[in-house]
Design a protein around this ligand. Structure first.
Ligand code: OMP
Length: 231
């Protein structure tokens, strides 16, 4: 399966470049994309992007930018200049922040996919209440997804549990990138709003972000194949 058609994005949540590359070398760039997040990027910097691109992987740079519009636009441009396939911002940074990011990429003709995080998959209603949001995760996701769609973003990060509603509202082309995926053989760990890979795709997820079920497996490629079989 060429990577362009695989919905799988494997999260390389590692504390060193060596460990991340050791995992990447066990995976096949024709069968998955890779995600580089805050810990790995903070430790390794752009070197990890270069190394993964050199191995033929498409990379989702998951730094969840959330700042004033000018700062986020600059950060998104920096990501695009490094050739990443996808980059994300927090939708709660607001309309003007997302618009600034969109306009910066468009002005430079970058094709980088720009998506917005809605409500983290580790959060439940009680967590939202504690930060002053008297609403359900589902309705907050819907609200932030609407803002992301109106500002021209390519899609959102959400739980697969919210994907079908977003497909109804914004269609299949609006990307639904969904972490919190737990194959039948995996542990829930700190995730809360979870679905299996097959359930997630059936619900309208366009991309599945999967970390520990693959990276903590004794044989990561076998775990990836087991997930492909579940799809
Ligand atoms: O933006 C993300 O990728 C993300 C958003 C979210 O709401 N929840 C979430 O788990 N993630 C990321 O998805 C990955 C999930 O990893 P596992 O829980 O190990 O499968 C981690 O790298 C998280 O940082």
């Amino acid at each position: 399966m060429p990577s362009q058609t695989s919905p799988l994005i494997i999260a390389l949540d590692y504390s060193s470049l060596d460990a991340a590359l050791c995992m990447a070398d066990q995976l096949d760039p024709a069968r998955c994309r890779l995600k580089v997040g805050k810990e790995l990027f903070t430790r390794s910097g752009p070197a990890v992007l270069e190394a993964l691109h050199g191995r033929g992987f498409e990379v989702f740079l998951d730094l969840k930018f959330h700042d004033i519009p000018n700062t986020v636009a600059g950060a998104v441009q920096a990501a695009a200049e490094q050739g990443v396939w996808m980059v994300n911002v927090h939708a709660s940074g607001g309309r003007r922040m997302m618009l600034a990011a969109r306009e910066r990429l468009d002005a430079q003709r970058f094709k980088t996919q720009l998506i917005a995080v809605t409500v983290l998959t580790s959060l439940e209603r009680q967590d939202l209440a504690e930060v002053g949001l008297d609403t359900t995760p589902e309705s907050q996701v819907e609200r932030l997804a609407q803002l992301a769609q109106q500002t021209g973003l390519d899609g959102v990060v959400c739980s697969a549990q919210e994907a079908s509603r977003l497909e109804d509202l914004y269609g299949k082309a609006f990307l639904k990138v969904t972490p919190g995926i737990r194959p039948s053989f995996a542990r829930q760990a700190d995730q809360r709003r979870i679905l299996t890979p097959a359930q997630a795709l059936a619900a309208g997820s366009t991309h599945l972000v999967i970390g520990r079920p693959v990276t903590e497996a004794t044989d990561p490629m076998a775990a990836l194949e087991a997930i492909e079989r579940e799809l």
